[in-house]
Write a protein that binds this ligand. Structure first.
Ligand SMILES: NC(=O)c1ccc[n+]([C@@H]2O[C@H](COP(=O)([O-])OP(=O)(O)OC[C@H]3O[C@@H](n4cnc5c(N)ncnc54)[C@H](O)[C@@H]3O)[C@@H](O)[C@H]2O)c1
Length: 355
């Protein structure tokens, strides 16, 4: 009989219930513990699932019933936690962005590889059916020569959101719209069409004067394969509308809005195209207007994949190495905006972007 894997959540904040529900809905996983420096917060979530409560990672790591740790603390804390998990032989699922620099990302990847544990990243938008169909069509050459790949994230977050916890308004914690919110959609472009070769970015604060962060990003990307694209991402645009991902090639165009495939048109129609045009649920929310306004199906896929990867002794679908190019592109955007010039990739770390 296959072993039921014990999961421990590190962090019991806004996104933790999405992980807890996903584990509960999984086949082969069980929420065993919740850890938070705020013990009351950990206890509140743990009680719902009959899980144990910890207020220190070391204590949770000493719990032999924990096989996998979900690192869902603020962004700047991911690296040290992942290394501690690897040292104690725990598999890891880390929230996005996996880390704040390339050096940190690389050291996390190396530590988990050396310890023989899985390291998955919850860039869960990749698993949406519309994105998977785009990926298949790109890989099979259906688009012809790729010309454009764009992401438009016109969201709204209130000032209260930015002040709901100190890290949400801290540049050093990775709270700007680019690395915090747009990371998912920059990741989709990188996953579908990347890697990027050159980027030019401008960052502004349009509607949140009480925080020293960009709430808006405008970026122009040149991909290594010759395509180009833009990213428009904001949390300043009330009431917030669904993300749009657009791919254009010489032979086809596909557009996803939210999780719906709204345009799927190719010079050569295929029998499956009619059903691909139906992908997406009108009612499914994708966080445009509020930070917890989305479903947990995509998280559930990532968590189930980790359970299955451990059982089958295979790689996870969304390994940290596959997210490294997204980290690099995001860092390049900050470097471009900070220094007022286009940036060629690959880039090196430039800690001054977080000052
Ligand atoms: N994948 C997604 O769609 C998605 C959505 C929202 C947030 N996130 C990511 O999830 C992570 C957490 O975001 P959130 O919105 O839940 O933040 P949050 O502030 O609501 O929750 C973070 C929790 O971590 C706890 N914490 C802080 N330091 C700790 C430590 N050293 N040990 C244990 N607990 C500690 C805090 O007390 C808090 O309860 C971030 O990396 C964020 O980018 C991902």
């Amino acid at each position: 009989m296959t072993k039921t894997l014990g999961f421990g959540l590190l962090g019991a904040g806004l996104v933790a219930p999405f992980h807890a529900k996903s584990i509960q809905a999984s086949t082969g996983g069980q929420l065993a513990a919740v850890c938070d420096v705020d013990r009351e917060r950990a206890a509140k979530l743990a009680d719902e699932y009959g899980a144990r409560v910890y207020d220190s990672l070391d204590a949770m790591l000493a719990d032999a019933s924990i096989d996998v740790v979900n690192v869902i603390t603020p962004n700047h804390l991911h690296h040290d936690a992942v290394l501690a998990c690897a040292r104690t032989g725990k598999h890891v699922i880390v929230e996005k962005p996996p880390a704040m620099s390339l050096a940190e990302t690389d050291s996390m990847i190396a530590a988990c590889r050396d310890a023989g544990v899985k390291l998955a990243v919850t860039v869960q938008c990749r698993v949406r059916r519309a994105i998977q169909e785009m990926k298949k069509a790109i890989d099979s050459g259906r688009f012809g020569k790729l010309l454009h790949a764009d992401a438009y994230m016109k969201w709204f977050r209130s000032s209260e959101y930015y002040h709901s916890d100190p890290w949400r308004s801290s540049r050093q914690s990775g709270a700007g719209v680019t690395v915090q919110h747009a990371f998912h959609y920059i990741d989709l472009l990188s996953y579908l069409v990347g890697p990027a070769a050159r980027v030019e970015a401008k960052m502004t604060n349009l509607a949140h004067p009480s925080v020293q962060l960009e709430d808006t990003l405008l970026a122009f990307i040149e991909y290594a394969n010759g395509a180009q694209g833009v990213v428009e991402a904001s949390t300043a645009l009330w009431p917030g509308t669904d993300v749009r991902i657009e791919i254009n090639g010489t032979d086809g165009t596909a557009i996803m809005i939210g999780e719906k495939m709204t345009t799927w048109q190719f010079r050569q129609e295929q029998p499956e195209d009619a059903s691909i045009r139906q992908i997406g649920n009108e009612a499914q929310r994708t966080a445009a207007g509020g930070p917890a306004d989305f479903g947990f199906a995509d998280h559930q896929f990532v968590i189930q994949d980790v359970i299955d990867a451990i059982g089958q002794n295979r790689d996870v679908c969304i390994g940290a190495d596959s997210v490294r190019p997204t980290v690099e592109l995001v860092l390049a955007m900050y470097q471009s905006a900070a220094h007022g010039r286009a940036v060629e990739l690959p880039v090196r770390d430039d800690p001054s972007i977080w000052q």
